[in-house]
Design a protein around this ligand. Structure first.
Ligand SMILES: *Cc1c(COP(=O)(O)O)cnc(C)c1O
Length: 420
């Protein structure tokens, strides 16, 4: 009876109300956000300037530009790499959609590379096959907080004269050989969306150590102007520009959360390692890895179900959905992060971003095909994963991780109750 799954009417493994919500808010947040509200600059104000300086110092970058989203920062990165109409950018076949659509935003063409199953990141062995004379940059996504093999990526980039953009939107504080992400490529983007480990509601940061890239990114960021809003402006559009600036209230919230980020990250690490310990001997799970020389930030603790061993290779995604439903019924908070690999998404299949087949139909573009069967590893990962975020975040402690593990164990040890 105790082992009867909650989805079949048994008792829940995790009591209601166990998981505390993200992010924790305290007097530092209240004081800083209210001070901004009482100030007289609600657009790009003093908190924006301070946020840029503090984030650059925290991460170890020379320059930072705060934006209204991570996607904006990614678009700025594409421009900073001097990508021009029809140029190609290599993107992992599995990521958030905007790792690829930011490329379209500048009339450039994403070319997908399959992922490595163990790390879930772009497979460095498959990068060189995807390089063409039009390739300009590599989008190095540090998925779920595990850095890419940046040593190999930078080597390939040097050999082929490519730029490297780090999509560090999930990877704040993660390290490769001791160095923080965002300092390893030529430029990088971070996100401060609600679900990220640094939350300001929405928001982002473009970072680089290169003065020329900074200038290119800045022009795009603010109406194509060449001057920053804190200098005296001449209100002249020197080039094509967007409006990607952050606002003062959001930056104040981001600054307050940044002060607590190192503590959040160490709590998240402790909780993830506790979960890993508890799950070690649970059957039919493939647990995430932290290879030697890599520091995961455990943004998203992603489990894969061993569908082959479970006899569900042919209906993997559907069977996974049933397991996740059973986990949810137990009170285990996990979620399917992406149901589609990127090349299968309609915008790429239709090859129609701006109407009339642009940018793929642009005279400067080389024809590309998005064969959905060409990325079997990304597809296998996509069909078999589920991920955990909030239960492992501050202010939740290791006891929450233990309860999550108990729920997962219960479902996996009684999986026959889900039927054939
Ligand atoms: C969240 C995310 C983005 C986009 O960031 P936004 O702030 O939501 O625009 C890009 N790439 C990855 C990998 C992300 O997780």
């Amino acid at each position: 009876m105790r082992n009867k799954l909650a989805i079949n009417g048994g008792p829940k493994a995790v009591p209601d109300g166990t998981v505390k919500r993200w992010p924790p808010i305290d007097d530092v947040d209240r004081r800083m956000v209210l001070a901004s509200l009482e100030g007289d600059n609600h657009a790009f104000g003093p908190n924006c300037v301070a946020f840029e300086q503090e984030f650059a110092a925290w991460n170890g970058n020379r320059y930072a530009i705060t934006t209204n989203s991570g996607t904006a920062a990614l678009h700025m990165a594409v421009v900073a790499c001097d990508c021009q109409a029809g140029d190609e950018v290599l993107v992992p076949a599995y990521s958030w959609s905007s790792s690829a659509t930011c490329v379209l935003h500048h009339n450039c063409i994403p070319v997908f590379v399959d992922i490595d199953f163990d790390t879930m990141n772009m497979d460095v062995e498959k990068i060189e096959d995807a390089i063409t004379p039009r390739t300009k940059a590599i989008m190095a996504v540090h998925l779920h907080g595990l850095p890419m093999d940046m040593g190999r990526v930078m080597e390939i980039a040097e050999d082929h004269d490519l730029k490297v953009i780090e999509d560090a939107c999930q990877a704040h504080g993660a390290r490769y050989k001791g160095r923080k992400v965002g300092t390893l490529g030529h430029c990088a983007a971070f996100s401060f969306n609600q679900n990220k480990v640094l939350c300001s509601g929405e928001g982002g940061m473009f970072v680089t150590d290169d003065e020329e890239m900074l200038a290119k990114a800045k022009q795009l960021w603010s109406f194509g102007e060449t001057r920053s809003p804190v200098e005296s402006r001449d209100y002249h559009a020197y080039a094509l520009g967007w409006m990607y600036r952050n606002n003062d209230l959001t930056a104040a919230f981001g600054r307050a959360q940044l002060r607590k980020l190192d503590r959040y990250l160490s709590e998240q690490r402790r909780n993830a390692l506790r979960l890993a310990e508890c799950l070690e001997d649970v059957p039919n799970l493939i647990l995430p890895q932290e290879p030697h020389g890599y520091d995961h930030n455990w943004y998203n603790y992603t489990i894969r179900f061993d569908v082959e061993a479970l006899g569900h290779r042919h209906d993997a995604a559907a069977f996974r959905k049933r397991i996740v439903k059973a986990l949810t019924a137990e009170g285990v908070e996990t979620g399917i992060w992406q149901s589609f690999i990127l090349p299968a998404m309609t915008v790429f299949q239709a090859r129609n971003g701006y109407g009339r087949g642009c940018p793929w139909g642009c005279p400067h573009a080389r024809p590309v095909a998005y064969d959905v069967h060409a990325y079997p590893v990304a597809q296998r990962h996509c069909d078999t994963h589920t991920g955990m975020t909030t239960p492992l975040r501050s202010p939740n402690g290791p006891e929450v991780a233990e309860l999550m593990a108990e729920g997962i164990r219960k479902v996996m040890e009684n999986i026959d109750q889900l039927g054939p």
